[in-house]
Design a binder for this molecule. Sequence first.
Ligand code: C2G
Length: 129
Amino acid sequence: MKRVITYGTYDVLHFGHINLLKRAKALGDYLIVGISTDEFNSVKGKKAYYMYEQRKSIIENLRFVDLVIPENSWAQKPNDIQKYQADIFVMGNDWEGKFDELEELCEVIYLPRTEGVSSTQTKNYINSF
Ligand code: C2G
């Protein structure tokens, strides 16, 4: 049983998110997704359209997601990796190199982002009507 973990805000779900999560799951057998809480989003300088509980409900209902946990801080990743026995940590490559210290605990893989789509772009398009 190979366990994969990844983190994100996952606001206004789009196919870039789906592509990331599907490829992450394909690297193992069990996918854990840490969803940024609303409070942590403030730390990240982000304001999500959907509140944490809504974003959690959307992601945990994806067929290939096995567990959703709250992401409350930058610092929780090592503890999560040990607690959930993650073998692989995955992020999109906009984070390339930012989490290499986790290589002491598990494999770290940065996957190419899906170009041409973002939550911000989607929100702006909807607001343009
Ligand atoms: N992503 C992607 N392609 C896009 C947009 C996003 O592959 N067009 C990936 C990002 O690289 C990330 C994941 O989808 O791995 C979630 O993206 P966000 O919700 O924007 O997450 P972010 O705000 O980057 O938070 O501790 C890590 C942070 O919580 C990551």
